[in-house]
Unconditional design. Structure first.
Length: 377
């Protein structure tokens, strides 16, 4: 039932686990959410993992994550089978409608994140500079470098921008040995998988590496994974831009985490009757780094969350996130989706439906797909 993106997901979790079930208090929940916002990866999925871990250990974390991911993952894998069976979808009207819906959704994400994460001109200028740099030098390395550089700038220049809080109680100090091992495994996989993919030349290893890196380097929520995933799968010829944006548009119409878009990509890439195995591989690879990070950082979070330098670095990194998403809004979202004045009007109408009229994203996606099919019939 969790339509609405990460912020809405976190609201659902609070009502269910803080207010109704009383598994933890408000302050412990806020501390957990702060950790998931601080780390790269899908914040709401990491929050589920942390909630399950606090309630029932590793088994609880895995079962909770499965429950949250499974509905949208199944839907995206099935959509992947549908797209693969159709064949060439480049001229499909419904596909063009999904592209226009993606323009509206990403534009709303850029605006909302810009207001929240770039409230002053220094951070706005930083975000614009990052967008320009990423457009001029596309690729994962430029995006990671931009985030690292902006974190360093924030560490030096954005201290004292907001008040910090002390640590909350709630079992944040146990399991340091296992936590350290989890963080070590995260780093080893991040460094070793590209080498292994080059040495073996095996497509499944390359897929695992690409999706793992995308899940490891995303700050700011699910929409930011769009440019990272596109760079991993489109230039290699694994999937076309049309099919990529079709899946991204469809992902807006389902509940749960946007990262399950990886299930669609893996299914289309793998193809054939057992394409679902490619979907499972992609899903496991993209969620694994988030699980390792939150499982490793959770016991240490109380030591750093109140430090001014950590908050300042995060402010700079968040400005870079807005810039990366702004670049993705232009290319490929607008360059692939907008091709006429009518498309501009349709995308603007979709933005109004999402923003001013508060129409649910899934309804806007369905409407735009139907409009595209009708207009190009």
């Amino acid at each position: 039932m969790s339509f609405g993106g990460p912020v809405a997901h976190l609201g659902y979790f609070r009502r269910e686990f803080v207010e109704r079930r009383r598994w933890l208090g408000d302050r412990a929940y806020a501390d957990l959410v702060a950790l998931c916002q601080f780390l790269p990866g899908p914040a709401s999925s990491q929050a589920v993992f942390a909630l399950g871990m606090q309630r029932a250990g590793l088994a609880g974390a895995l079962v909770g994550s499965l429950g949250f991911i499974l509905p949208s993952a199944v839907a995206m894998v099935l959509f992947g089978y549908g797209v693969a069976s159709i064949g060439d979808i480049g001229h499909a009207g419904w596909l063009h409608g999904l592209k226009l819906a993606a323009v509206a959704v990403v534009a709303r994400a850029v605006w909302g994140m810009g207001v929240a994460l770039c409230p002053d001109w220094p951070r706005r200028i930083l975000g614009i500079a990052v967008a320009a740099a990423v457009l001029l030098l596309p690729g994962t390395l430029s995006q990671v470098g931009a985030i690292a550089a902006c974190a360093a700038i924030g560490w030096r220049g954005f201290r004292g921008a907001a008040a910090t809080e002390g640590p909350s109680p709630g079992g944040l100090t146990r399991g340091h040995a296992w936590a350290a091992a989890s963080l070590l495994l995260f780093g080893v996989l991040l460094l070793a998988l590209p080498v292994l993919a080059n040495v073996t030349g095996a497509k499944p290893v390359a897929m695992f590496d690409g999706f793992y890196r995308a899940g490891s380097l995303v700050f700011g929520g699910g929409h930011v994974v769009l440019p990272l995933l596109r760079f991993e799968v489109v230039p290699r010829g694994w999937i076309s831009d049309d099919a990529f944006l079709a899946g991204y548009g469809a992902a807006q119409a389902i509940p749960g985490p946007l990262f399950t878009f990886a299930g669609y990509l893996g299914t289309v890439i793998h193809s054939g009757p057992h394409a679902w195995t490619g979907g499972l591989l992609a899903l496991f690879a993209i969620f694994l780094p988030g699980w390792l990070l939150v499982g490793g950082a959770y016991p240490f979070w109380h030591l750093i969350r109140g430090r001014d330098w950590a908050q300042a670095a995060l402010r700079g990194a968040n400005a870079a996130v807005v810039g990366i998403l702004l670049a993705a809004l232009y290319r490929p979202v607008c360059t692939e989706g907008i091709r006429s004045a009518g498309d501009v009007a349709a995308a603007a109408a979709a933005i109004i439906l999402l923003g001013k009229l508060r129409i649910p994203p899934w309804a806007v996606v369905v409407l735009m797909a139907a409009l595209g099919q009708w207009a190009l019939r």
